[in-house]
Design a protein around this ligand. Structure first.
Ligand code: ASP
Length: 318
């Protein structure tokens, strides 16, 4: 996705991790790590871009990502506009592009977009002013690039060398933009082994996730793993007849302490949230010593700060 880069190869928009090179991913992860503070300390406050504006347009529900983008922007001293899309002009028939043009006319520099349909970030990216940046906060089942970056930061802080890692992704991989973005980044960063674990009905086709091992049994899929990434069943992307029954799903694919014991003793457990305890993960695991789920949330704010700073520098220099 070369359009994400400007003519000198600098990141201007972020809508997918696919195609971004390793040095760029590493720079973003390094930069995010630099924004982490000791828990309890006051986070950064301000940046050379203070006074610029970010508009959050979420056409799909979000708790973590939206508040994370908002806090990240505020910590950089940016103004944040959270559009209430239920009452926005889109419901009155105004095209999304007209909404963007309206916000551009109010000097919004960065648009953060989430939508359930594929294609919106790319479409908007191709139509904005040269001084504007588009960041995806989740595109249908395809891309969630800042989640992918924060997941890489979380793995790297615990495991360092990607080439030595065995990463198992468990659950509704078919509909997961989190899994897709993680796989793009892991491939670029040279992960040692990627394993996908899902029932047949939630396993993506063989044209995707090239090079990954595929398992339908959780026990074999997590044996010896360093990282286990659990996923929520994306009910909103399925028709009701194909939604697996929560109890039998947990029996086969729920991450319990007994199953976790099959992975490496120092394996870490991740989940992008929102979690369904008792469906994809047992509470003892979610709250247990190997869980890094809350660290992911912390790393998410730092990652979004890093991404916003990077695109603002591309647009306006530093
Ligand atoms: N929060 C993540 C997403 O937006 C994961 C999920 O919803 O299950 O894709």
């Amino acid at each position: 996705m070369t359009m994400q880069l400007d003519s000198s190869g600098k990141l201007r928009h972020l809508i997918t991790l696919e195609g971004l090179d390793k040095p760029l991913l590493e720079r973003l992860i390094d930069r995010a790590e630099g924004y982490l503070t000791t828990p309890g300390d006051c986070p950064p406050n301000g940046s050379p871009f203070a006074g610029r504006s970010v508009a959050n347009l979420f056409f799909e529900p979000s708790t973590r990502t939206r508040s994370s983008f908002e806090l990240a922007a505020k910590r950089l001293g940016l103004h944040v506009l959270n559009l209430d899309v239920r009452t926005s002009s889109r419901t009155k028939g105004e095209s999304i592009l007209d909404t963007i043009y309206t916000l551009e006319a109010m000097a919004c520099d960065v648009f953060v977009l989430r939508d359930s349909e594929p294609g919106l970030p790319d479409f908007i990216m191709r139509n904005v002013e040269p001084w504007v940046s588009v960041l995806s906060a989740g595109e249908a089942d395809r891309n969630h690039p800042t989640q992918g970056l924060l997941d890489m930061l979380t793995m790297r802080r615990h495991k360092r060398d990607f080439s030595q890692l065995s990463v198992s992704i468990v659950g509704d991989i078919l509909h997961s933009r989190v899994a897709h973005s993680a796989a793009h980044a892991l491939k670029t960063l040279g992960v040692g082994q990627l394993r996908l674990i899902a029932p047949e009905s939630l396993m993506p086709g063989t044209g995707e996730f090239l090079g990954a091992e595929r398992h339908t049994r959780l026990e074999t899929g997590i044996a010896g793993a360093d990282v286990i990434m659990t996923l929520r069943i994306q009910k909103e992307r399925m028709n009701s007849a194909s939604i697996p029954d929560s109890e039998s799903y947990f029996q086969q694919y729920g991450l319990t302490p007994e199953r976790l014991a099959l992975a490496k003793p120092d394996a870490i457990v991740m989940h992008p949230g929102p979690m369904n305890r008792g469906t994809e993960i047992a509470s003892e695991v979610a709250d247990g010593p190997q869980s890094v789920i809350r660290e992911q949330v912390t790393n998410g704010v730092a990652t979004r700060m890093a991404v916003m700073m990077t695109v603002l520098e591309t647009l306006h220099g530093n």
